[in-house]
Design a binder for this molecule. Sequence first.
Ligand code: NAD
Length: 264
Amino acid sequence: AAGIMAGKKGLIMGVANERSIAWGITQALKEQGADLAFTYQGDALKKRVEPLAQSIGSDIVLPCDVTDQASIDAVFDTLEEKWGKIDFVLHGIAYSDKSELKGRYVDCSRENFLQTLDISCFSFTAVAKRAAAMMNEGGSMLTLTYYGAERVIPHYNVMGVAKAALEASVRYLAEDLGKDGIRVNAMSAGPMKTLAASGIGDFRYILKWNELNSPLRRNTTMEDVGGSGLYLLSPLSSGVTGETHHVDSGFHTVGMKAVDAPDI
Ligand code: NAD
């Protein structure tokens, strides 16, 4: 295949359906000639992810529940067998109990705090360790985060705490792996209507707020995350690591509701 990703092999984790942010990035990578493998969580999603993978000519589709180290290990053992090396990894995975994505952060349970941090933060570190061991010629890793890590967003709660930890882990991973030519970055996407987002309280209001108050006066699209994801996972961003890159129509730069923005 032609393109800037020709000859490059990468693992995509976190596709649930065609609305997944990971799927938007997948399409941009594929257009540039990348070879891709996918993971899915559980049998229900297998039925969704397999046809999507097939539609772009990928036949490596593996189960992975990141709460289980043996499940992560099995994925990388298989990739080692099939490919021997990899060039990039996309981590688009997060989870918190829906009942705690509304109301007050202070009411978070210990059990859900630990589960949220495990799935939404530690899993990227666990994946990075296995992936780095297969990146003989350097590589790039990307995870997905949200502005709720930096500022308080209604209902984001423990997920905001997990994303703050995730962004900090990106900086530590970038230092650890940089000596081997491996770059580690996060993309902070604006709100997008996906399966995971449907669990967040008043999500439609958050979408509308971002649309009306971001400098570009529109919400983030699949093409937006696709282009920036391709940049961060490809040699185009060869000098960039440890970064949290905002792809949010500029919303994170705004300090106050614009005077001309309508009320909602
Ligand atoms: P999505 O529901 O399409 O993707 C979430 C994925 O996480 C799913 O594929 C799901 O199977 C996977 N997952 C959850 N628990 C798992 C586990 N234990 N093991 C393996 N996989 C597991 O939704 P999305 O919005 O595309 O989410 C992808 C990433 O983008 C998440 O990290 C999310 O926090 C982040 N993000 C989303 C938005 C948004 O508004 N949608 C904005 C910024 C960042």
